[in-house]
Structure formats: structure tokens, C-alpha cells
Ligand binder design. Structure first.
Ligand code: ADE
Ligand code: ZN
Length: 350
């Protein structure tokens, strides 16, 4: 569609109001400090922080690993089905308030099974929250099981086997955790098996790692989307391939800023990726840790990068629906709602 001209001063309002999908959110990364402390108390878990403020003040990250150490510590309060339910419920409520119509939610079962929490408990709580949110909040959602790449492929294979009886409760698999030193090809066998099972495939690649990891995520793992992928800009041939094949990148601006992938939000390369014809989307990654949910990511990025326009906003939201794993009729309905929102703004009614 021809995107209507919308005055720059109305951009933040438009970014918040426009319907969107979120395709890169780690549910354990939505655990707010207040909920961490409430669950610690409910479950009798001792935390190495005196209070919410002390925990929050530990959120000063220097790179991905410095964040992951705290993120896994935060997840230690999750023990019961109800804990997983409450966490996902809180995220879905917050996402619905940001006009997220559809969310594809990552979860890390190995973080929990390693502490003796059965995978059935994890999935039951998360799945029930998704079902209830559809009815009560009108938000559509689905789960994506992520393998932790700092662990072995055998561990991932065992996790997959344990998850198979729950196959109808997740739509795909992903790959996350410490990237550098753990290239996608380490997980070739488990992804091949997931592909045979008809699961959707995604992987974190090119967050801190080199473009070579994006190539192997595509060629060895055969993923359908790349999570982050911002390092693709270093490789012209890769940029061309991503554009030609319309392989979506789920970019997370505030995460990249907080983990120092870019020195400042103003230095973020999202506009460059978009202008090169890549199917870029905006997402929150771990909103409780990086200072913002999806709308904060949109608004702060557009503020920091004044070259971003209403047309870019439209494409980012459109791409989020297009790159989702939702059925085609749902995508069309959401894209129609997006168009209607922009037309309302063009008519100055908001
Ligand atoms: N797990 C949670 N957030 C992550 C990120 N940004 N990169 C890799 N693994 C993660
Ligand atoms: Zn991530």
C-alpha cells in the first residue's frame, strides 16, 4: 500500500497504536524483579540480592554473557506450573497493552529441567497462559522451544525427546544462549530431526557472532528466520541473500544497546538493513532486563534514529505479521488492521 504521510510529531503515538506481532521474546526475560521476589517468597527460594532495588541495580551489562549469568539466576525462582503461568500471563497482558496481536514466545526448558523441574510443568503453565490470554485478552500466541547452545547437542536431543509428547503445545524450535564459540553447525543433527518432525526452525545468529554463523544457520540448520542477525551488515553477499529470500530478522534494538552490540541506539543499523530490502522486525528480547517492552523499542529507536519514517514503521509492523508462523487468514486480518490504523492517522483522527 502507499503509506500515508504522517507528521513526525505523531510518530510515537502511531508506533504505540499500530497493531504488531512480537517474534523474539524470551519468556524468562519478561520476569520483572517484583515478580522474581514474589515467586522467591512463594517458593522459599533464597536470592543473592537483598531486594528488588539491589537486583535491578545489578542490571548493568557489558556483553551477552554478563546478562545471561543474571538471567539464569532470575529464572531459578520458577518451580511450579503456576509460576510459569503467572510469568506468561504478565507478559501477554503487557504485550496486549502494546497492541501486539500475536506473539511467538521462546522458552528455555533446559534452564528448568537442570533444576529438577519437569518439562511437562514448564509447558503446561506457559501453554495454559497462552490459551487463557486468547480468550480473555484477545491476543494470539504460540510457543517456540529453544535449545541452549552452551550445552551439548546430546543434551538438546534429550530435551527434544522429552518434549515430543507435548508436540501439540509448541510450534517450533530455536537456538539461544552464549553465541560465540557455539556455531549453529554444532546443532545440525537435532535441527534435522526437528525439520523431519515438521517443526518451524529459527536460531539466534549474528547477535555477537560473525556473519558465518548466519550462513550456517541458513545452510546447515535451514532456519526460516534469523534472531538478531545485525552482523549481516558486514557481509554484502549475505545481505543480498537475506533480501532475495525475504528471510526475516527479528531485531531487538534495546537489547543490542544494553549488551553493547552497538555503542548507542543512534548507531543501530536497523535503518540500513531495512533500506537494503531485508525483512526486518522490531522485538523486545528480554524486556524486564533491557528497559522496555516492544513499544519502548519502537519509540526509543525512532527517537534515536530520526531517518526512520512512518513508512518504515508500516513496513516493520507488516513484516512482523508476514514473518510470523500464523495461518494466512490471520495474517491477512492483522495486515488489514494495520492498514486501517495508518489510514486513521492520515485522517488526523488517530
Ligand atoms: N537468551 C535470552 N536472551 C538472549 C539473547 N539476547 N541472546 C542469546 N540468548 C538469549
Ligand atoms: Zn534473544
Amino acid at each position: 500500500m502507499k503509506v500515508p504521510v504522517i507528521p513526525t510529531k505523531r510518530l510515537p503515538e502511531l508506533l504505540r497504536a499500530m497493531p504488531k506481532a512480537e517474534l523474539h521474546i524470551h519468556i524468562e526475560g519478561s520476569l520483572e524483579p517484583e515478580l522474581i521476589f514474589a515467586l522467591a517468597e512463594r517458593n522459599g527460594v533464597q536470592l543473592p540480592y537483598a531486594d528488588v532495588e539491589a537486583l535491578r541495580s545489578a542490571y548493568a551489562f557489558t556483553d551477552l554473557q554478563s546478562f545471561l549469568d543474571i538471567y539464569y539466576a532470575g529464572a531459578s525462582v520458577l518451580l511450579k506450573e503456576e509460576d510459569f503461568y503467572d510469568m506468561a500471563r504478565a507478559y501477554l497482558k503487557r504485550a496486549a497493552a502494546d497492541n501486539v496481536l500475536h506473539a511467538e514466545i521462546f522458552f528455555d526448558p533446559q534452564t528448568h529441567t537442570a533444576r529438577g523441574v519437569p518439562i511437562e510443568v514448564v509447558v503446561a503453565g506457559l501453554h495454559r497462559a497462552c490459551v487463557d490470554a486468547e480468550v480473555e485478552l484477545g491476543i494470539s500466541s504460540a510457543l517456540i522451544l529453544c535449545f541452549l547452545r552452551h550445552l551439548s547437542e546430546d543434551d538438546a536431543l534429550q530435551t527434544l525427546e522429552a518434549a515430543l509428547p507435548l508436540r501439540d503445545k509448541f510450534i517450533g524450535v530455536g537456538l539461544d544462549s552464549s553465541e560465540v564459540g557455539h556455531p549453529p553447525e554444532k546443532f545440525a543433527r537435532v535441527f534435522a530431526r526437528c525439520r523431519e518432525l515438521g517443526l518451524h526452525l529459527v536460531a539466534h545468529a549474528g547477535e555477537e557472532g560473525p556473519p558465518a554463523y548466519i550462513w550456517s544457520a541458513l545452510d546447515v540448520l535451514k532456519v526460516e528466520r534469523i534472531d538478531h542477525g545485525v552482523q549481516a551488515a558486514q557481509d554484502a553477499a549475505l545481505m543480498q541473500r537475506l533480501a532475495d529470500e525475504r528471510i526475516a530478522l527479528t531485531v531487538c534494538p534495546l537489547s543490542n544497546q544494553k549488551l553493547r552490540v552497538f555503542p548507542d541506539l543512534a548507531d543501530h543499523n536497523l535503518k540500513q538493513l531495512l533500506d537494503a530490502g531485508l525483512a526486518v522486525t522490531v522485538n523486545s528480547d528480554d524486556p524486564a532486563y533491557f528497559g522496555g517492552y516492544i513499544n519502548d523499542n519502537f519509540v526509543q529507536l525512532f527517537e534515536a534514529v530520526p531517518a526512520l519514517t512512518a513508512k518504515d514503521a508500516y513496513h516493520l509492523a507488516f513484516n512482523s505479521f508476514e514473518a510470523s508462523f500464523a495461518p494466512q487468514p490471520a495474517k491477512h486480518a492483522w495486515e488489514h488492521a494495520l492498514k486501517a490504523c495508518f489510514e486513521r492517522f492520515a485522517d488526523h483522527q488517530g
